[in-house]
Design a protein around this ligand. Structure first.
Ligand code: ATP
Ligand code: MG
Length: 556
């Protein structure tokens, strides 16, 4: 990968550079720590590009670690999809871990904290615990169980592990400071009891599960992480991260550094909300091409290079910002403009009969694969007497600005001859169902002398073309911040026109060889990819990756 050339500097990169220069670290070690409770989205991609990208750039290492301390919501389906997505983005982890690999060690450290008088078993219920915690303006009250003896705490904690107590009856809490201005430091819960759940990695071995804030620093330290990068919501948790590591016997103390979460207009980046879209059937699945998931964007036709590029360009700042959808699209478009072979596809076909063209004749013409890259070669095009053009490319009459076909006017068929529209055929309802044209055989590659040709339109042979379905995607929501309205359900902003299926499209014969995931420019229409799941060899489905020009910033 050569993305590094364009990596803009950011404060985290600077910290890493300084730490290497000062000799604080001789090699950096990062990690990407997803919880396997959903598919990865574009926000995760930003974290992946940051963590793996830094390791790559500075010759360090990056682990993939599943933060799997919430059995019940987690699943191996997600464990697998996450690995898939990270690989697809072009990264290789140094080592693969599960936080559950550390359950025994985490338990041991909890006993150490208890032994030092720094953790206790508390029997307040959830509501009482909240009440005792106090508020931002009022200090908390100490739990009546706070001063239990070390022996009693150890005994109770061991019996919690042994399964003697029901869910919710007891928790293990750190003994820190009930008056701390930081609510996270008011004796946070370290362990809770969960019976009857089968953990996807540890099965029924445990009924005692560590909390995220306790698990995370220790997992990082056990892996020798040098820079533990997380999103800004965890800034207030950093004192707890440090407290845990300062109070147990562990040789490593990673530095937690926070960066801004990625937010994008017209979509939601939250696994909970994405899960709701899937579960309630608002989309066809996690890989629906409208989803901001990596799986959805892959199916939509975004390339890994474009996604990495986008994640690098959005930068790693601390200041609040919402990234415009048009930035993502322009990165994708730039990538495709340079690399996608050109093809012709007629999305809303209108039949054209070229009356002076010999019946039954098939003429093979050549169409360059790319206007700027001769090295990409050309593909054969089949011209026949009956062809399709797009309904939008014909009008009975129009002013000069209309650079397409009008009755009596001339237009060039892309990579072929100039045709003239002579007559329309209508059905009983008056709709135009066919166009009778004539062609000028002397116009292959040369313009007719003394006659005005309005423009160039695309076409596909009626007998040689392939029937296809084309799917056009628009933003999934009609509001730039669908989840940003208090008291309003984000689902009420779903865009009913986010998917428009055109089931009667016709594409040129060369597209018979397209393989799933291959990307093309359908000339004058946009960039498209062959869908990996829908469609068949007889009737392929093409997804629109992105339009040819930016249609977002203006229409927004
Ligand atoms: P969600 O709220 O969507 O569930 P999460 O933060 O709970 O996201 P995790 O699986 O816990 O999801 O996250 C794995 C990593 O990805 C974390 O380090 C997290 O900080 C990072 N991450 C998640 N969402 C974003 C985002 N929108 N922008 C940048 N990084 C993110
Ligand atoms: Mg999470």
């Amino acid at each position: 990968m050569s993305d590094n050339k364009t990596t803009p500097s950011n404060f985290i990169r600077q910290i890493v550079k300084d730490d290497l220069a000062s000799g604080k670290h001789s090699r950096i070690q990062t990690r990407f720590p997803p919880e396997p409770n959903g598919y990865l989205h574009l926000g995760h991609a930003k974290s992946i590009v940051l963590n793996f990208g830094l390791a790559q750039e500075f010759d360090g290492r990056c682990n993939l670690r599943f933060d799997d301390t919430n059995p019940g919501k987690e699943d191996v389906e997600f464990v697998e999809s996450i690995q898939n997505d990270v690989k697809w983005l072009g990264y290789h982890w140094d080592q693969l871990f599960f936080a559950s690999d550390y359950f025994e060690q985490l338990y041991g450290y909890a006993e150490e904290l208890i032994g030092k008088g720094l953790a206790y078993v508390c029997e307040l219920n959830a509501e009482q615990t909240r009440e005792y915690r106090g508020t931002l303006t009022e200090p908390g009250k100490p739990s009546p169980y706070r001063d239990r003896s070390v022996d009693e705490n150890l005994d109770l904690f061991r019996r919690m592990r042994a399964g003697e107590f029901p869910d919710g009856s007891k928790v293990l809490r750190a003994k820190i400071d009930m008056a701390s201005p930081n609510l996270n430091m008011r004796d946070p819960v370290l362990y809770r009891i969960r019976h009857g759940v089968v953990h996807h990695q540890t099965g029924a071995e445990w009924c005692l599960y560590p909390m995220y804030d306790y698990t995370h620093p220790i997992s990082d330290a056990l892996e020798g992480i040098t820079h533990s990068l997380c999103t800004l919501e965890f800034e207030d948790h950093r004192p707890l991260y440090d407290w845990v590591l300062d109070n147990i016997t562990i040789p490593c103390h990673p530095r937690q550094i926070e960066f801004l979460r990625l937010n994008i207009e017209y979509t939601v980046l939250s696994k909970r909300k994405l899960t709701q879209l899937v579960d309630e059937g608002h989309v066809s699945g996690w890989d629906d091409p409208r989803m901001p998931t990596i799986a959805g964007m892959r199916r939509r036709g975004y390339s890994p290079a474009a996604m990495r590029d986008f994640c690098t360009r959005v930068g790693i700042t601390k200041s609040d910002s919402v990234v415009e959808m048009s930035l993502l699209e322009s990165v994708v478009r730039e990538d495709l403009d340079a690399t996608a072979p050109r093809r012709m596809a007629v999305l809303n076909p209108l039949k054209v009969v070229i009356e002076n063209y010999p019946e039954g004749h098939i003429e093979t013409l050549q169409g360059p694969n790319h206007p700027k890259h001769d090295d990409m070669g050309s593909r054969p095009l089949k011209l026949t007497r009956e062809i399709f053009i797009d309904r939008d490319d014909f009008r009975l009459e129009a002013n000069k600005k209309y650079k397409r076909l009008v009755l009596g006017g001339e237009v060039r068929l892309r990579n072929a001859y100039v045709i003239r529209a002579d007559e329309v055929v209508r059905d009983d309802s008056g709709e135009i169902v066919e166009l009778r044209c004539s062609y000028d055989p002397d116009t292959l590659g040369v313009n007719p002398e003394g006659r005005k040709v309005r423009g160039v339109i695309h076409w596909v042979s009626a007998s040689e073309g392939i029937a296809a379905e084309v799917r056009l995607y628009d933003r999934l929501f009609t509001d730039a911040a669908p989840d940003g309205h208090k008291g309003e359900d984000f689902l009420s902003y779903l865009n009913p026109e986010s998917l428009v299926a055109l089931p009667h499209a016709v594409v040129e014969p060369a597209l018979a060889d397209a393989v799933a995931g291959e990307r093309f420019q359908f000339e004058r229409e946009g960039y498209f990819t062959l869908d990996v799941t829908a469609g068949s060899a007889d009737k392929p489905v093409f997804n629109r990756v992105v339009t040819l020009r930016d249609s977002w910033s203006k229409s927004a």
